[in-house]
Design a protein around this ligand. Structure first.
Ligand SMILES: Cc1cc2nc3c(=O)[nH]c(=O)nc-3n(C[C@H](O)[C@H](O)[C@H](O)COP(=O)(O)OP(=O)(O)OC[C@H]3O[C@@H](n4cnc5c(N)ncnc54)[C@H](O)[C@@H]3O)c2cc1C
Length: 720
């Protein structure tokens, strides 16, 4: 019975001291109103000024217009000088918000005068009954006044403080991004100063900024049973761990219970309330950041020069932490409401909060790598729909509580990103691209560019193939400037299971395995690496990772003086891959780029290509036969005598060294570090395992006997 009473009181306490249910308050900041809240509760606990009300079930309009109440509250405020103009304005705001009553400063001053003249000590009033309505002001016990104030300072002060704690989280990210920006820009603006090779710098790079979290896997997925996941790099993990620590501190500090708390009554209830309120506020404040991290056109990329994939990693982890706060918030309030939960559900803001929480939970689940990898488009559309439900639910929920202003930047960053995407698409136009299926494995997409287009070496673009089944999908592909047509870019898209497979099937049945397809291009994103600042730049591409690498290496070949060594290593599984990149390889003939092609399954070529699923005819678009000698490679497909063709082709590509087998990445790195003058950069894009191997090898060689500067840049970005 006692427990029930306590719980009922607790619940009533929750109601009485609840956040004012007023819409669109400008940031409810309680500081100035806290003494008024405290005095109101204390006065109502000691006396009754409005019939049919109690301390926990009041009629604020009645109270604020009741002279006795106002005089008592003014007397209470005068204790320890809480009747300055600031607090009087707080009382005016309090009555405005709670009771929709307008008071003025002269009215309050007059009420105080009345208090000094007429206030009574209720213990001295004969037959005083605190449940009977009175009209005179009462004197309050100073110890009680201080206790109520302390309790409200803690309870409502927590709402105010939570804004600062949320701001501290932003402060943490601002610091991280600032440090990132300083290093990111220093590398470009002061490359020579950036070539520091000191022990401390190298130790830091070797152990912190370069490696995967543990072992080698960073771009390649790890798995835990059937659960696949991408581990953040070591530096990303440190940043995220720091964020988690700051978050835990911000959520848990200053949640002490005020002994004898007349508002929340006991330690457990008080601490729970402080934490759940704070979690709700900080989670709301984090939303703009979480959405900003997810945007392709997020300005933080420009500030820090970090890759989009890193921000996607931050998006994933900050949203998980944000969701934990929401769970604590929701579970905490469910506990606080207890048996009254169902009745409270009538409130639409609560229903909206539940919609947001459920859609957020589903979003986290459907974002698992296992699902993203297998059904990317389903994941993407589901993610967008759920995010809309999340924003709508959260909006209605926090609007009621005065925090709707944090939702504006959420929409702002989201709409801005979409807006820039549309502008980029429109600016590019929707040209007809020539799409050709080559070697049964790769789509060569040659796209005329718009006037505004400025290729960024190493960049990528999102391509929409405007076909009825796929126009709404946009897929990222690196590109290279065409070596045969001005103002054209070329993407080399490996045939996989989705849109590329649809194109594969479509092109397989077409003459010359070619079609003109209208495309939308959104980009370019990304930029060249700072490899040009090293004496030696080694570019290592795997399979279809070649276009971006090629574009950068060619730019570098054009621009650098002859003292620099530029090497291009391309690793392919089978010889047939050379056919789709033949023109580009041939264009390297008169450059100072030393190119080596590794063919890892050289024996497989003859088996697979003689047993081809389609008829390789060496025809051009007019249907004429071609021979390799008179190569217009655009339309070349290997003929039956593949070995001869390949030998001819090798002859054409005599400036390129062909090697059978897998490259020994460790060995390549060790040799290049040894042979370079003072510095060497490794740039890579390709199979995630290869990229991870290279990063690992570079990290191991950062500290080297010749004390040479060794850098690593990955173009590969993995977010799915
Ligand atoms: C920055 C970047 C540059 C890339 N450059 C190239 C390139 O030059 N050549 C090349 O062949 N491939 C490149 N890729 C990979 C390419 O985007 C996918 O192979 C392509 O989207 C697969 O399309 P699909 O519908 O046929 O694949 P599906 O069979 O549906 O999926 C195959 C794989 O591709 C991933 N994927 C599917 N859609 C997307 C998407 N919209 N965004 C990211 N990943 C997706 C899936 O998660 C899955 O792991 C690049 C990827 C990124 C992130």
């Amino acid at each position: 019975m006692k427990l029930l009473l306590l719980f009922t009181l607790l619940l009533l306490g929750v109601d009485a001291s609840n956040v004012p249910s007023i819409k669109n308050l400008q940031f409810i900041r309680y500081a100035d109103m806290i003494p008024s809240y405290a005095c109101n509760l204390q006065v109502n606990n000691e006396a009754t000024y409005c019939a049919g009300t109690s301390a926990f079930s009041t009629n604020y309009t009645c109270l604020c217009t009741s002279p006795g109440w106002l005089e008592s509250v003014m007397g209470c405020l005068s204790y320890d000088k809480k009747n300055t103009t600031t607090y009087l304005k707080g009382l005016i705001r309090y009555c405005k918000i709670q009771g929709q009553t307008s008071l003025t400063i002269p009215q309050l001053n007059q009420a105080y005068e009345q208090y000094t003249e007429n206030a009574k000590n209720t213990t001295l009033v004969d037959g005083f009954n605190k449940t009977e309505v009175i009209d005179y002001p009462i004197k309050l016990d100073p110890f009680g006044i201080q206790l109520y104030r302390d309790a409200y300072d803690q309870y409502l002060g927590n709402y105010d403080d939570s804004l600062y704690y949320g701001a501290a989280i932003y402060g943490y990210w601002a610091l991280v991004l600032l440090v990132g920006a300083v290093f990111g820009w220093a590398r470009f603006l002061f490359p020579s100063a950036y070539r520091s090779n000191g022990k401390l710098v190298n130790g830091f790079r070797r152990n912190i900024t370069l490696p995967a979290l543990v072992g080698k896997a960073k771009t390649s997925a790890k798995s835990f049973g059937f659960m696949e996941y991408l581990a953040p790099s070591r530096i990303e993990s440190i940043i995220l761990f720091g964020f988690l620590i700051v978050m835990i501190i911000m959520v848990s500090i200053n949640t002490d219970y005020i002994p004898g708390d007349p508002v929340l009554f006991n330690r457990a209830a008080a601490r729970l309330r402080y934490v759940v309120d704070r979690c709700g506020i900080i989670a709301t404040m984090m939303m703009p950041l979480v959405f900003l991290f997810a945007g392709r056109n997020n300005f933080l990329q420009w500030i820090t020069r970090w890759q989009y994939a890193r921000f996607v990693t931050f998006h994933r982890w900050t949203s998980r932490v944000m969701y934990c706060l929401i769970i604590i918030h929701a579970a905490g309030y469910t506990k606080e409401l207890g048996d009254f939960y169902t009745a409270e559900l009538k409130e639409s803001f609560l229903k909206a909060g539940i919609v947001a929480a459920v859609s957020g939970g589903v979003m986290l689940m459907q974002g698992f790598l296992y699902l993203r990898r297998r059904w990317y488009e389903v994941f993407l559309i589901g993610h967008i729909v759920l995010a809309i439900m999340w924003v709508a639910g959260a909006w209605i929920h926090v609007d009621k509580l005065g925090y709707v202003y944090f939702m504006y930047p959420v929409l702002a960053v989201w709409f801005f990103d979409r807006f820039v995407r549309i502008i980029r698409l429109l600016a590019f136009g929707f040209p007809l691209a020539e799409v050709q299926l080559l070697s049964d494995e790769t789509l060569k997409v040659s796209i005329p560019t718009s006037n505004y287009w400025k290729s960024s070496p190493g960049g990528h673009a999102f391509v929409h193939f405007l076909r009825p089944t796929s126009f709404w999908q946009s897929h990222p592909f690196t590109f290279t400037d065409s070596v045969v047509q001005d103002r054209h870019i070329v993407c080399f898209c490996k045939v996989k299971g989705g849109v590329t497979n649809g194109l594969y099937k479509y092109l397989s049945s077409r003459p010359g395995r070619t079609a003109q397809i209208r495309v939308g291009v959104e980009g370019p994103y990304g930029e060249a690496t700072p490899a040009k600042f090293s004496d030696t730049a080694v570019f290592i591409a795997g399979g279809n990772g070649i276009p971006g690498i090629y574009n950068e290496v060619v730019q570098l070949g054009k621009n650098v003086n002859s003292n620099k060594t530029i090497k291009l290593i391309w690793v392919i599984r089978e010889m047939k891959s050379i056919y789709w990149f033949y023109e580009e390889l041939r264009a390297l003939r008169n450059t100072n780029i030393q190119t080596t092609v590794y063919i890892t399954k050289s024996n497989a070529m003859s088996i697979e290509l003689t047993d081809r699923k389609f008829d390789h005819k060496s025809t051009d678009s007019t249907g004429e036969s071609k021979t390799l000698g008179s190569l217009d490679y655009k339309s070349y497909e290997p003929k039956g005598e593949f070995k001869d063709d390949f030998d001819d082709m090798k002859h054409e590509l005599s400036h390129i060294e062909f090697r059978d087998g897998r490259p020994d990445i460790q060995e390549i790195v060790a040799i290049e570090v040894d042979e370079c003058q003072n510095s060497v950069s490794f740039v890579t894009c390709g199979h995630p395992v290869m990229v991870d191997d290279l990063r690992y090898a570079v990290a191991k060689n950062v500290v080297n006997p010749g004390n040479k500067r060794v850098d690593f840049y990955e173009m590969l970005q993995v977010w799915a």
